[in-house]
Write a protein that binds this ligand. Structure first.
Ligand SMILES: Cc1cc2nc3c(=O)[nH]c(=O)nc-3n(C[C@H](O)[C@H](O)[C@H](O)COP(=O)(O)O)c2cc1C
Length: 353
């Protein structure tokens, strides 16, 4: 057992949010110092529409590094890309604690953090100070809870982070900011994307080629999926979708005492649902959009399931709570061993085999 495995177990004694803060501080101060390794070239993927080149298809999902404090160390742990945020224009404290719960029996997490973050100013300063060579860093943007014009918050976010990140994610799928998911409704989405599109065109004249993704919820019926796909396909500047954020569902199978907490559920119980929604989007958009799959990934099998459902890359977060940051190396080693066994020359070929 490595030092990181021991630390992962020790940190689990702490309440969930204190454990998270401790982990970020340990990474930030260099107490936990990962050793970067070069990926097997067969793990590399280039997203078809955006052209984003990833050394491997496994990304860190948003919410772990809300304030862009530890993107470098997380890339060094072996993630192919790291998405920091969600950041809102103004700092905000989020919901009262406790607001983060480990459902250990279910290998799941419930959170109702509510976009706690230090605001765009500090976020952008940190991003701009980061060496480009560290790797692919995306910025996930949101709206302040008390904003009078939430769409204006997204426009401000896009403009502020644009020069300093490899891609931008528009997050309209957090269940913890009341009304936010309403932006997924057809009319609201058209207005949102219309205004962000105008900002994107403006920015594109200064710094070109900044892929933008829309992050959606898994709690969507077939009509909502068809509407979102339709509206998104009409925007030529949007590269793709991240499917998905946390769910407000509470499957009957949940055993943990925390299962009744309000918030978004993530981790193992989200795998099947988020993969189904991903496949439903893929059935409509095919290769016209880049799809990034998230929700419940903890193993190489889970990664392959997302790729088979139409994802070109994936993200994970909750599994780190239970398995620690070395998980990403283990999943990659497993994928490489499977490519060896199958004689596959790429991860896409492995997924097809
Ligand atoms: C504690 C916590 C905080 C999160 N915060 C954000 C966030 O700020 N923005 C966002 O887009 N997603 C956020 N997410 C959702 C994750 O990025 C991811 O989409 C979701 O958890 C599903 O992946 P997982 O099952 O691997 O965790 C958060 C998830 C957790 C567990």
């Amino acid at each position: 057992m490595s030092l990181f495995d021991i630390a992962t177990r020790a940190v689990r004694i702490l309440p969930a949010e204190s454990a998270h803060r401790f982990t970020i501080d340990a990474l930030r101060t260099g107490l936990a110092r990962p050793k970067a390794e070069i990926d097997d070239p067969r793990l590399a993927v280039t997203l078809r529409r955006s052209g984003l080149r990833l050394p491997n298809p496994i990304g860190l999902a948003a919410g772990f590094d809300k304030n862009a404090e530890v993107c470098g160390p997380m890339l060094a742990f072996g993630f192919g890309f790291v998405e920091c945020g969600t950041v809102t224009p103004r700092p905000q404290p989020g919901n009262p604690r406790p607001r983060l719960f480990r459902l250990t029996e279910d290998q799941a997490v419930i959170n109702r953090m509510g976009f706690n973050n230090l605001g765009l100013g500090l976020f952008v300063r940190r991003l701009s100070a980061m060496p480009r060579a560290a790797g692919i860093v995306g910025a996930n943007i949101g709206a302040n809870k008390d904003s009078a014009d939430r769409i204006a918050d997204y426009v401000a976010g896009v403009k502020a982070v644009w020069p300093y990140c490899a891609y931008i994610t528009i997050n309209i799928s957090s269940p913890n900011t009341p009304g936010l998911r309403g932006l997924q409704d057809r009319g609201a989405l058209e207005e949102l994307l219309g205004r962000i599109g105008a900002a994107a065109r403006e920015m594109n004249t200064a710094v070109k080629n900044r892929p933008l993704f829309l992050k959606v919820a898994p709690d969507l019926d077939d009509n909502a999926i068809a509407d979102i796909a339709d509206v998104v396909l009409a925007q030529d500047w949007l590269s793709g979708l991240i499917v998905s954020n946390t769910t407000i569902d509470r499957p009957d199978t949940l055993a943990s005492k925390h299962r009744g907490e309000t918030g978004g559920l993530s981790g193992a119980p989200l795998l099947e649902k988020s993969t189904r929604v991903l496949a439903a989007f893929h059935a409509i958009v095919g290769d016209r959009l880049d799809l990034i799959g998230a929700g419940g990934i903890a193993t190489a099998d889970d990664v392959i399931a997302k790729l088979r459902a139409g994802a070109q890359a994936v993200q994970l977060y909750s599994a780190l709570v239970f398995h620690g940051p070395l998980l990403v190396q283990r999943i990659k080693a497993d994928l490489v061993a499977r490519m060896d066994a199958a004689g596959a020359t790429s991860i896409a070929e492995l997924a097809r085999s």
